[in-house]
Write a protein that binds this ligand. Structure first.
Ligand SMILES: Cc1ncc(COP(=O)(O)O)c(C=O)c1O
Length: 364
């Protein structure tokens, strides 16, 4: 049975008429950049998060980059984050001239180990950038406590956590900015690149609005050097169709995660944890195993897709060798990188498919 990591076609078929009509409507309007669909999507997402502002941008990377800039962070500053994430998290810090300072992760949640943050704070630290990896929130209570104590900004990387919650509150709404990616395979994904920043602060939102559109508030009057980081109307239209269904999609992911967990019981596999008070949205279902190589071989033979998120933690990436970190600096991230494997996960995955994945794994 061939099983993909993500089956975007299955989702499209279920909403095909609505998506096609939306795209057609936008083509007929000939209004392609920052129009009514972007404005409505921003309103709808601000409503979903019960937050004052949502500003659409061109990608999740840009959402992070522009948010860090809007916090006034740049050369000589430090931003604390984890080395166990997609590289865009750290790149966005680097783009501003600031330095990413890594803190190891918790081995159960794969998120920043809040017990280790304080030791990494220096006089140059300006912000903490927690990543809600794989759809599970970081421990935001502790992050907030430290941010208040040391007067630091919080920029949340919510690229993988649309709809996730921590103690009844959605991720993205805890800090100065919540940054989302709408990359096609994300829980809420468009059909290209896209991103969004949410914020309560008027200044923050206005600054990002300016930065995303060449530094202008009034057309052709440029107050600062900005960027071209606009979400286009077609992507916004597609996202509006999917946003109506995001809670249902996330619920299905959770159901699938429960099935995986049940069916893998009794094996030596470590399945993802969901601490009390957290609402995991399972962007990925990532397991840990000492038999990763054999599992990879068997899944490949059976036609089942898998992925390694992430094989090399950021402190060991060639592109970041100038930061001066070395092997052994973040042992938990390194250990997880060596034994983690992500299994197929999407809302439309069937129980029969999950059965098959677990059967192949349990044989080993
Ligand atoms: C954790 C994390 N941060 C940032 C990004 C960057 O998002 P994008 O690909 O939309 O630029 C991604 C997505 O790929 C991600 O997974």
């Amino acid at each position: 049975m061939k099983i993909q990591m993500v089956d975007l076609k299955a989702q499209y078929h279920a909403i095909e008429d609505e998506i096609d009509a939306k795209i057609k409507e936008i083509i007929h309007s000939t209004h392609f950049i920052i129009g009514s669909n972007v404005a409505e999507l921003e309103k709808e997402i601000a409503g979903y998060y019960n937050i004052k502002h949502a500003v659409a941008v061109a990608s999740g990377t840009d959402a992070l980059h522009l948010s860090i800039l809007a916090c006034g962070i740049g050369k000589g500053d430090e931003v604390i984050t984890t080395p166990f994430t997609f590289i865009a998290t750290a790149e966005a810090i680097t783009y501003t001239g600031a330095r990413p300072v890594f803190v190891d992760i918790d081995e159960k949640t794969f998120n920043i180990d809040v017990k280790r943050i304080e030791k990494a704070i220096t006089k140059n630290t300006k912000a903490i950038l927690p990543v809600h990896l794989f759809g599970l929130s970081a421990d935001m209570e502790k992050v907030k406590e430290l941010a208040v104590e040391y007067k630091l900004k919080i920029i949340e990387d919510c690229a993988q956590s649309f709809g996730a919650e921590y103690k009844g509150k959605k991720t993205g709404a805890f800090g100065n900015a919540g940054c989302f990616s709408f990359f096609p395979s994300k829980n809420l994904g468009c059909y290209g690149d896209g991103g969004m920043v949410i914020a309560n602060d008027d200044y923050m939102a206005e600054k990002i609005r300016m930065l995303r559109n060449h530094g202008q508030k009034v057309r052709y009057y440029h107050s600062v050097i900005g960027y071209n980081s606009r979400l286009d109307e077609i992507q916004a239209g597609i996202l509006r169709v999917k946003l109506k269904r995001i809670d249902e999609y996330n619920k299905k992911r959770r159901d699938n995660a429960r099935l995986y967990t049940e069916k893998l019981k009794g094996s030596n596999i470590i399945t993802p944890s969901e601490p009390d008070g957290y609402y995991h949205v399972f962007h990925q279902f990532s397991i840990r195993t000492s038999k990763r190589d054999s599992i990879q071989n068997s899944l490949t033979d059976a036609g089942i897709a898998f992925a390694i998120y992430y094989p090399v933690p950021l402190h060991l990436q060639e592109s970041y060798k100038d930061l001066g970190y070395k092997k052994g600096d973040f042992p938990v991230s390194e250990a997880v990188a060596s034994d983690i494997i992500s299994l197929p996960m999407y809302p439309e995955l069937t129980e029969a498919q999950i059965d098959e994945v677990c059967r192949v794994i349990k044989k080993i």
